[in-house]
Design a protein around this ligand. Structure first.
Ligand SMILES: *Cc1c(COP(=O)(O)O)cnc(C)c1O
Length: 216
């Protein structure tokens, strides 16, 4: 199957309220252009430098989503163009994004990454850190960022029951966050292997790579 066939098959299977982020990390610009020519405009990358190199040469109506872990010293390279940063997991990072957004004279949209998987990972907030960061945002002065929602990744496992439980956990944190953060509307969960479960559990943004572009 070609990239455009994969893309169309997935798009046709997604409910209308679900946004597709085509995850193009490690893939060449020719693959991105094939998806672009099939109508895709939102692409996800997990490295700032790679994303910036692609942004420079590809059509400017592409929306670039940073889905990976972000180091604070890399924010400046994408501040002028990034359309959504999914992986915000500290107040320090959020403050740096705000600072760089101000310099670039724009607002930057962000999602807070929550750690829901059973696997050990350095990345993502737990429930209490999430509520702390939301309290700071609400009382704070971060005028150039908007927190539009939450992002999370389920455990890499064949156990659908466990994946479902983790997504339910994130959905419930999302609902709580929505109650206190008015612009919170995006729930980014679901990848190639688990996006159907994620949508059943309330996702409205899926990040799909290998099912579109093939193995990495
Ligand atoms: C790579 C990646 C994806 C896409 O993974 P696939 O299994 O190829 O669909 C989604 N989200 C994040 C955060 C990723 O790093």
């Amino acid at each position: 199957m070609s990239i455009s066939e994969n893309l169309n098959r997935i798009r046709n299977s997604l409910p209308e309220h679900v946004t597709l982020v085509a995850v193009s990390k490690t893939k060449p610009v020719s693959d991105i252009m094939e998806a672009y020519n099939a109508g895709q405009r939102i692409f996800g990358e997990n490295k700032v430098q790679e994303m910036t190199e692609k942004w420079e040469i590809l059509p400017k109506d592409i929306n670039w989503h940073m889905i990976g872990h972000v180091q604070r010293n890399k924010v400046k390279y994408m501040a002028s163009y990034v359309s959504l940063i999914h992986g915000v997991d500290s107040l320090r990072l959020l403050k740096e994004i705000n600072k760089q957004a101000k310099k670039a004279n724009r607002n930057i949209d962000c999602l807070l990454q929550v750690h829901i998987a059973e696997e050990e990972s350095k990345f993502g907030l737990d429930a209490s850190e999430l509520s702390e960061i939301i309290t700071s945002i609400k009382s704070g002065t971060l005028s150039n960022i908007r927190v539009l929602g939450l992002m999370g990744m389920a455990t890499f496992t064949d156990d659908d029951h466990q994946i479902r439980k983790e997504f339910q956990n994130l959905k419930s944190l999302f609902d709580k966050t929505k109650n206190v953060v008015s612009e919170c509307s995006i729930l980014s969960m679901g990848m190639s292997g688990d996006y159907q479960i994620a949508i059943e559990e309330g996702s409205n943004m899926v990040r799909i790579g290998s099912r579109i572009f093939g193995r990495r």
